[in-house]
Ligand binder design. Structure first.
Ligand SMILES: [Fe+2]
Length: 419
């Protein structure tokens, strides 16, 4: 009987990609559905009561989005207790202003649009604003610049900024009554949107606050990753109701180790095969060797780091469990070094010597690998390579959209599917 596998990796919590993958597996009547590591979400977003959310992408938040959409795309959503809502709303406002400068938020629109509620929140943080103007070198310069022709107290100046924001709001609403009131109170004409935006962005300095929030969130990742895994396993359950394929999976360096317990439970229920760091049978004549550890990298869970010597030893132990009579699929998160699939688009070699040595020595029929997300974008990259006689596949990450390899186990023709 011919065996057909479909392989995807680095889904990073993207349920849309998981759905596309399972649809593809069903349509193509795959006998083996194989997930590489990094299944669970690592990206984070803060959810607001109105259903919107902001991504936190390591460096800085990017944009305000619908929280349900973000969750499907693989974001862990965190909401805060009520007393932090204002603080978060403040961050969201400053986010609008940072978007104003790099054009990522308000495409095609000139000014950030603040609601009246948002202006009120900014006003609540008036003291914060004044502290910036009074106590930072940058703030003092700005204050002097704006007030050189017009003697003004800090408080009066800050009030004028708020008046400006309200004036603009009423202008856009066409609210003449309120516009007149503001004019009568004295409207400061030196301000412009660009200046106000720059000022607020600086004064509320969102970066430092986001860093603190991000640290706070990271410590709560496990329940979120588990929540995702539950949804993932429900989908596998539905899939297995329709299709009689074997589903196997390994964890990757961005999955928390504790998820292994959840996978073992799912395995006990006959749902999947957990091949994380073990050799398992996935068919009458097919075995899988799974391995998740990677050489150290900046920015991921260091519980998954091992040096080349340790990786080499681990793989040697696992090799001892292989049945030489059966087909061997190696599902190894880290690619063999110096292949078309081991260098990221930005040129970073993330492959392992120990993995390469293991592949040359043991010669599995197929090596399925991930870890690198975008090697296929390189001129010297691709989704396929060989190490000696062994075929090595790495479709790239499915974290943004599905990328899968489909292949008959005993034949060379394979293809990449994107959805
Ligand atoms: Fe990944």
């Amino acid at each position: 009987m011919s065996e057909k596998f479909i392989f995807g990796s680095d889904f990073h919590g993207n349920l849309n990609s998981v759905d596309a993958f399972l649809r593809e597996a069903e349509e193509r009547q795959a006998t083996h559905v194989i997930f590489g590591g990094d299944i669970a979400p690592k990206n984070m977003a803060v959810k607001f009561r109105d259903g919107s959310a902001i991504k936190i992408d390591g460096e800085r938040p990017i944009s305000v989005r619908d929280s349900e959409d973000l969750e499907k795309e693989g974001y862990m959503l965190f909401s805060f207790e009520d007393e932090k809502e204002d603080e978060l709303a403040l961050l969201r406002i400053t986010q609008k202003f940072s978007g104003y400068f790099d054009n990522s938020y308000f495409e095609g629109s000139r000014d950030p649009i603040l609601t009246l509620e948002e202006i009120v929140i900014l006003e609540k943080y008036k003291q914060f604003f004044m502290d910036f103007l009074e106590n930072t070198e940058e703030g003092q310069k700005i204050f002097e610049f704006f007030t050189r022709d017009l003697p003004s107290s800090l408080e009066k100046f800050v009030d004028m900024v708020y008046q400006f924001l309200k004036f603009d709001y009423y202008l856009k609403k066409g609210d003449r009554e309120n516009l007149r009131t503001i004019r009568e109170n004295g409207f400061y004409s030196y301000l412009s949107w660009q200046r106000v935006a720059a000022l607020i962005k600086l004064a509320f300095s969102p970066l430092r606050k986001w860093e603190a929030i991000e640290r706070d969130l990271s410590s709560h990742s496990l329940p979120k990753q588990r929540e995702f895994l539950q949804k993932f396993l429900e989908r596998i359950d539905e899939f297995r109701g329709r299709v009689s394929a074997k589903v196997s999976i390994i964890l990757g360096n961005d999955d928390m180790k504790e998820l292994g317990e959840d996978l073992d439970r799912a395995q006990a229920n006959g749902l999947i095969v957990n091949a994380t760091n073990r050799v398992v049978q996935i068919g009458d004549n097919v075995q899988m060797l799974g391995y998740s550890f990677v050489p150290p990298l900046p920015y991921s869970f260091d519980v998954w780091y091992k040096n080349e010597g340790e990786i080499s030893k681990d793989l040697e132990v696992l090799a001892g469990e292989i049945d030489p009579e059966k087909i061997l699929i190696a599902n190894i998160h880290c690619p063999p070094v110096d292949t078309r699939v081991s260098r990221t688009f930005s040129g970073y070699e993330i492959g392992s010597n120990a993995v390469r040595q293991f592949v040359s020595d043991v010669e599995p029929q197929i090596v399925l690998t991930g870890h690198s997300h975008d090697h296929w974008k390189r001129e010297d990259g691709g989704v396929f390579d060989r190490v000696g006689v062994t075929r090595v596949y790495s479709p790239g990450a499915s974290e943004k959209r599905g990328r899968f390899i489909v292949c008959n186990i005993d034949e060379d023709d394979h293809f990449l599917v994107e959805r």
